[in-house]
Design a protein around this ligand. Structure first.
Ligand SMILES: *Cc1c(COP(=O)(O)O)cnc(C)c1O
Length: 346
């Protein structure tokens, strides 16, 4: 094996969804599968969730929506968060993000109200206009009115309550429709953040929705990279670009297949580590495009072809993200296309 193996546990994804559904009952729970199910493969993930009982899926773009519809067949709702940009997509449900989109849309739709994100959705002035002239939404069948929480991963953030109140006030002025509120972290903010449809993404894929506390989700992804070569570096020798890593003792370096072109952040330098035969081995030197070195001097003897685990139970996407100055979301969505993908547990 000359490339890494990305193993995706579809059973764990289904169990994560089922756990969230129980937590949110009697409200329903959708699945956000944008960006190819956060990099894990929407065409494999979504059908497994549909079999577990999921009836509502969210993607970002119409192209993602059309591909997902092919994978799922007719039946479940496929909603497009970024809207349709004027084109027709009869098999998809648009999320309407402005009053102008409301004016032009017909049929099934989801109305997105901006309650503090200032990203997409009708701002307060447009909610006002719609409340004064409800006829604007006449040709629409509003499946849901939704809003998106900006800071749900921090339960003490004042935006949470502010958004909840703004959403309730706006909904009260609009034609009655079912509501959709919580993302992954919002599901853990308690009763008041329940709605008729939660929209988790990250938690389904094992990302911790409660940062700073124990992760209630099951780990989904394992990434193992093969050792291509081992070499002895004497004291004073350097490893990798820039000679940035200096051996201070006789050192054994394992060079593995995987680098920033595969989504391993270059900013991992100095803080990264992997697991070899049960032992933590530190990253040695810079992350190259296709390669990385690990100091395996203290690990049990290894041979080319042995695997260094980068993501799994020992260290997950949130750990790697934190060590590289980013978040688990970015780690998963950037995992490269060169890895051999292995789907297990379905
Ligand atoms: C991405 C997204 C979600 C899912 O958020 P997670 O934090 O991954 O659970 C829900 N709603 C909207 C509008 C989104 O853009």
């Amino acid at each position: 094996m000359a490339t890494g193996v990305l193993s995706i546990d579809l059973g764990a994804v289904a169990r994560n969804w089922t756990m969230l559904r129980a937590l949110h009952a009697p409200g329903e729970v959708a699945a956000v599968v944008k960006a190819d199910a956060y990099g894990l493969g929407a065409a494999r993930v979504a059908p497994v969730l549909a079999r577990a009982g999921c009836r509502h899926f969210f993607v970002a773009t119409p192209d993602e929506g059309e591909a997902l519809r092919e994978a799922l067949g007719e039946g479940p709702m496929v909603a497009v968060l970024d809207g349709f940009s004027g084109r027709a997509h009869p098999r998809l449900t648009p999320v309407l993000n402005s009053l102008d989109e409301v004016r032009h849309a017909r049929g099934d739709a989801i109305l997105h109200l901006d309650t503090g994100m200032n990203r997409l959705g009708l701002p307060a002035a447009e909610v006002d206009a719609l409340a004064r002239e409800p006829g604007l939404a006449e040709g629409l069948r509003l499946r849901y009115v939704m809003t998106h929480l900006a800071a749900a991963e921090d339960p003490s953030h004042p935006l949470n309550d502010r958004q909840l109140d703004a959403f309730a006030a706006a909904c009260a002025r609009l034609p009655r429709a079912r509501r959709s509120l919580a993302n992954s972290s919002g599901l853990f903010l308690g009763e008041r953040f329940r709605s008729e449809l939660a929209r988790p993404g990250a938690a389904l894929y094992g990302i911790n929705p409660t940062p700073g506390r124990d992760n209630p989700m099951e780990q989904v992804v394992t990434l193992r990279l093969p050792i291509l070569q081992l070499r002895e570096v004497p004291p004073g020798g350097t490893v990798g670009y820039g000679g940035a890593w200096l051996a201070t003792r006789p050192t054994r370096i394992a060079t593995v297949a995987g680098g920033y072109a595969d989504g391993i952040p270059r900013a991992w330098e100095g803080r990264g580590w992997g697991v070899l035969h049960g032992r933590e081995v530190p990253l040695a030197g810079r992350v190259s495009m296709d390669l990385m070195g690990f100091d395996v001097t203290d690990a049990p003897p290894a041979r080319p072809g042995d695997m260094v685990e980068i993501l799994g139970l020992g260290q997950d996407q949130d750990d790697v993200g934190a060590a590289a100055g980013t978040i688990g979301y970015e780690i998963l969505t950037r995992l490269g296309r060169r890895f051999v993908r292995e789907y297990v547990g379905a």
